[in-house]
Design a protein around this ligand. Structure first.
Ligand SMILES: Nc1ncnc2c1ncn2[C@@H]1O[C@H](COS(=O)(=O)NC(=O)[C@@H](N)CS)[C@@H](O)[C@H]1O
Ligand SMILES: [Zn+2]
Length: 483
């Protein structure tokens, strides 16, 4: 019977703070700058493996990793008017070098379209060089005014993967948006994180984008977290930054761009959505320790020696399997306490071995997701353990997807939408005529944010009418309380 999820959902924020600390993942709230925290060793291991996964997916899809300066001169940041309008209030400025006031203020990058476009104007001259797909994994800084939260809303976003691509046509950039969406699906699927993909409404897209597609997930408290975004930037940055290319017909035009970002929120959502009241439950792919072995103390010298020998045989097999494992030999800690600690840290599989198991040459194998225990013969460990780890990965993914599906609700009318959000949070979907005024009216009347519309026209709206204006629905509109 899987662990309970009372605290996990009813008091998510407190649960999340508790897990980050109890599992030694992230130290938040003590560092004396609001919105900035410390990655602790165990959490840093998780983060490292998530980054490795992101690199593997992007490098495998023709992306080139780069590293741009942190500081962006105000003159560059201001060159794209919509962009600066969108970020004006969130930029940290450096105004002095030592005691010297700087003649041009330097921004701590809030994102890097401006610095990257500026350099592309020197590098890129012809369609023959395109497409180029750069990315960097860096810290960005945003002076967030809404409530800051560990990993969810930071002022220093320490794990910000930003990809920036350049193309010879609008259509090619469009194709890159579609590819970026597929790459994000692969990353989230590998981590078992469920998502809804929506095209953001015109009035809430990235500052400087032609259009924005976002990945949203529903957190344990029912509020929606944007966990990734893909933007078609058109020529909005290449024009002010003069990134001109020669086309096949020798004419000159400005290049076309996309950008797409992930952040620490990917780690926040994998901890949150796979967790339960006992703590984290990590997908084996990114778990620092995939298997923890807890010896059950023996009585008497002879038994202890035999058990130690037996544990050695278990280790040998885990080593041969190439798994990340740990044997918890702490004398001063009882097995029950060890179970508690390693469950809080989300170790996917625990192996218990005591005198009885040494005697019968068996092992007790416990899954972290369902908590179920099975007895496995030592001889069969190498054959069975990889499958059990795969079962845990699948179990976590399926549990998270059924959670998300349970939090997406189709409704017909505005009142029903308002009630659903009020009572259950999650995402509500309504038929929509596609008209901006109706969308904005819905935001007010439902008292929730518009996430946007599905990329493909949903069948179920056929024959239905917009609840605001009564015109035929052409798509659906999704609303939610968001972070
Ligand atoms: N303050 C924040 N703390 C944690 N994650 C954040 C924060 N602000 C944004 N993010 C995450 O970063 C992703 C990309 O940010 S963004 O503003 O939407 N898009 C960009 O900055 C584009 N330049 C693509 S890299 C968002 O989808 C969101 O998941
Ligand atoms: Zn309407």
């Amino acid at each position: 019977m899987p662990a309970k999820r009372e605290r996990w959902s009813r008091e998510f924020s407190r649960w999340f703070d508790w897990v980050l600390e109890e599992a030694g993942i992230y130290d938040y709230g003590r560092y004396p700058v609001k919105g900035m925290g410390v990655w602790l060793p165990y959490g840093f291991q998780i983060r490292r493996r998530v980054i490795e996964l992101v690199r593997r997916v992007l490098d495998g899809a023709g992306h080139e990793e780069v590293l741009f300066p942190l500081l962006i001169p105000e003159t560059l940041l201001r060159r794209e008017s919509e962009h600066i309008r969108g970020f004006e209030g969130e930029v940290y400025w450096v105004a002095h070098g030592g005691s010297e006031p700087l003649d041009v203020r330097l921004a701590l990058r809030p994102t890097s379209e401006t610095s990257i476009s500026y350099m592309e104007s020197f590098w890129i001259k012809s369609y023959k060089q395109l497409p180029r797909r750069f990315y960097q994994i860096v810290s960005i800084f945003r002076y967030e005014t809404k409530a800051t939260r560990p990993l969810i809303r930071l002022r220093e976003v320490t794990t910000f993967k930003e990809a920036h691509t350049v193309h010879a046509s609008f259509e090619d950039a469009d194709r890159q948006v579609a590819e970026a969406i597929e790459l994000y699906k692969r990353i989230f699927d590998e981590l078992g994180i469920p998502y809804a993909v929506s095209r953001r409404p015109e009035w809430d897209k990235f500052a400087g984008a032609v259009y924005t597609v976002a990945f949203d997930t529903v957190m344990p408290d029912g509020r929606v977290l944007q966990i990734g975004t893909v933007h078609h930037l058109g020529q909005n940055f290449t024009i002010p930054f003069e990134v001109r290319i020669q086309l096949p017909d020798e004419s000159l035009d400005y290049a076309w761009q996309t950008s797409y970002g992930l952040s620490d929120r990917v780690i926040a959502s994998l901890i949150a959505l796979h967790g339960d009241d006992r703590g984290a439950a990590l997908p084996p792919a990114v778990a620092p320790i995939q298997v923890v072995v807890v010896p059950i103390p023996a009585r008497g010298e002879e038994q202890a020696r035999r058990l130690e020998e037996y544990i050695g045989e278990v280790e040998e097999r885990l080593r041969r399997l190439g798994l990340r494992y740990h044997v918890d030999r702490r004398e001063e800690v009882r097995p029950g306490r060890k179970f508690y600690e390693w469950e809080a840290r989300g170790v996917p599989v625990r192996i218990e071995a005591g005198p009885k198991e040494a005697e019968t040459r068996t092992l007790v194998v416990a899954r972290r997701d369902t908590l179920e225990k099975t007895v496995v013969k030592l001889e069969e460990l190498e054959e069975k353990l990889p499958g059990i780890l795969e079962d845990v990965a699948r179990g976590l993914r399926e549990r998270a997807w059924s959670w998300l599906r349970s939090k997406v609700k189709r409704v017909e009318g505005v009142e029903e939408a308002g009630r659903a959000i009020e009572e259950e949070r999650g995402i509500v979907e309504l038929p929509w005529c596609g008209n901006e005024e109706c969308g904005k009216r819905l935001e007010e009347e439902v008292d929730a944010a518009v996430l946007g519309s599905p990329l493909e026209r949903p069948e179920w709206v056929r024959g239905k009418r917009c609840p605001v204006c009564g015109r035929p629905a052409v798509t659906s509109i999704r609303l939610a309380k968001t972070y």
